[in-house]
Ligand binder design. Structure first.
Ligand code: NAD
Length: 505
């Protein structure tokens, strides 16, 4: 095992390298690598949050009129700055969120990818032109900036989710107010400091288009997030986190008719059919269930295996689970890093207890450190689809059940509250087409011969039902950040009414 630096010292040195120093008191920032205190950060007061919202509202009045491709140029510069700082930022993600180094770096790569995407998009915010029933008329739609966007993000993708929102919102003409997870404030400070560099370059190179306060950071807990949710000046709130949080936030946004983009919990299933390429399936299952220590919204939680294969699949998964290396996420040999905190460890232990009570046979799952943060991934053979399988436990627990027909497997896939991600392993065209059809999986992500997690930014990302219905990142997700105006333009000398209505004066 390589000799690894003290995590808190390494994190402080990365922050110093990025020009950031931490205050002596404030909100504690810890690393799950060994639970140590890295330092403190200064939380925003309600008055500061209120002032930030007012500044964002003022920034919107200017930024909305900056040409789209100029807005895209700022995002392109941010992508350049991120490329330069990818290594330290990726390491900091690992130190603060506990994901393996390759995943920490991958998260920053995802930020770079969405910046590239958004820069191109800034020249493509197009509307349609429709034929009209009236002579001498033109019918079309235009897309306009929406207003300040509040972004509330979760600990497990501490920076990429913000960047998905930031890069699209900025090219769409909207300033952003970001309330990151209180569990990952340091990565937020770091990526925001790098954004400010891009903004300074933009001001130097494109001075006439530079607008202050188009991206602001509000460190704090739910109470600061709630200020964004309740403020009428925040036109869209994009909230990523648990379904529990969504249940609180969604009605408040609905009450003031605000736009919402909700990216909530998942409870994702993968179906293994008799025709599946098992070697492929096992690799995909291992990453989807154990990767990021099961702390992805798209992590695989429910494995539905055809009953003819179930014993073989379980027998082949058991040694993979038993040999997966659990440890310091900076060690290149580690596959499973720590959970975010002791409460997450307790949540995992409780779910396994509930599984045993429901007749499940549990393999693994035990804590390997005294704090209970490092845990062996668990594989649980369930007698039937039920008990703790029905809800999301944010930890590396994979429940396995058998099924007899594809119809039954699809029913089980769709039978939980969440509707985020799903997958099927099959080499039978009829089975795969059935799964992706209207009568198939009811999730926002429906994959064939690939796991449930690890999406690219090019597609729209999000899920249905208790996952909240929001879509972020690629495809036409940008529309959530803009308002649509339908324009009818009369260039004739008459004033005909639609549907043949007459009103002769
Ligand atoms: P969480 O719900 O505890 O917190 C998420 C964010 O919401 C934090 O910033 C928190 O401060 C804020 N928040 C909590 N209550 C709030 C309230 N009442 N008002 C305003 N803000 C509030 O989630 P977490 O533990 O950080 O993250 C894990 C959860 O996030 C899992 O359920 C996971 O599936 C989900 N998640 C979903 C996606 C997705 O795209 N669907 C992506 C990542 C994580």
């Amino acid at each position: 095992m390589p000799v690894l630096a003290d995590p808190a010292t390494e994190a402080r040195s990365i922050l110093a390298g990025l020009g950031l120093s931490l205050p002596a008191s404030g909100l504690e920032a810890r690393t799950p690598v060994d639970g140590a205190l890295i330092g403190h950060v200064t939380p925003a007061t309600p008055a500061e949050a209120e002032a930030a919202i007012a500044r964002a509202a003022a920034a919107f009045r200017l930024w909305r009129s900056v040409p789209g491709p100029k807005r895209g140029e700022l995002v392109r510069l941010y992508g350049e700055e991120l490329r330069r700082e990818k290594d330290p930022l990726g390491r900091l993600v690992t130190l603060e969120a506990g994901k393996t180094l390759s995943e920490g770096l991958g998260e920053v790569q995802e930020m770079i990818d969405i910046c590239d995407f958004a820069a191109g998009l800034s020249r493509q915010l197009y509307g349609l032109t429709m034929t009209t029933e009236r002579p001498g008329h033109r019918l079309m739609e235009t897309w306009h900036p929406l207003g300040p966007v509040g972004v509330i993000s979760a600990f497990n993708f501490p920076v990429a989710v913000w960047c998905w929102n930031l890069s699209l919102a900025l090219v769409c003409g909207d300033p952003v107010l970001w309330k990151p997870s209180e569990k990952t404030p340091l990565t937020a400070l770091a990526v925001h400091a790098v954004f400010e560099r891009a903004l300074a370059r933009f001001a130097a190179e494109q001075g006439e288009f530079a607008v202050p306060d188009i991206s602001q950071l509000l460190i704090g807990g739910p109470e600061i997030g709630n200020l964004l949710v309740e403020d009428r000046r925040v036109a869209l709130v994009s909230a990523t986190g648990s379904t529990r949080m969504g249940r609180i936030v969604a009605p408040k946004l609905a009450a003031r008719f605000a736009r919402s983009l909700l990216e909530l919990g998942g409870n994702n299933a993968l179906i293994v059919t008799p025709s599946a390429d098992l070697d492929l399936a096992l690799k995909a299952i291992a990453f989807a269930a154990m990767g990021t220590a099961g702390q992805r919204c798209t992590s695989l939680r429910r494995l539905l295996v055809h009953e003819s294969l179930k014993d073989e699949v379980v027998a082949r998964l058991k040694p993979i689970w038993a040999s997966a290396s659990v440890g310091d996420p900076r060690d290149p040999g580690t596959l499973v890093g720590p959970l975010i905190d002791a409460a997450a460890g307790e949540g995992m232990a409780n779910a396994l207890e509930a599984a045993r009570a429901a007749g499940g046979i549990v393999h693994g799952g035990e804590a390997v450190d005294s704090a209970g943060i490092y845990r062996r991934p668990a594989l649980v053979e369930m007698p039937a689809h039920g008990g703790p399988m029905l809800y999301e436990t944010f930890a590396p627990v994979l429940y396995v059940v058998g099924y007899s027909t594809l119809e039954e497997a699809i029913e089980l896939n769709n039978s939980v509250g969440a509707g985020l991600s799903s997958a099927i392993f099959t080499t039978d065209l009829r089975e795969s087409e059935r799964f992706v059809s209207a009568a198939g999986s009811d999730c926002g992500i429906v994959n064939v011969n690939i796991g449930t997690s690890g999406a690219e930014i090019g597609g729209a990302f999000g899920g249905e039902k208790e996952t909240g219905g929001g879509r972020e990142a690629g495809s036409d997700s940008w529309r959530a950040y803009m308002r649509r105006a339908t324009n009818t333009i009369n260039y004739s000398n008459e004033i005909p009414l639609a549907q043949g209505v007459r009103f002769d004066i």
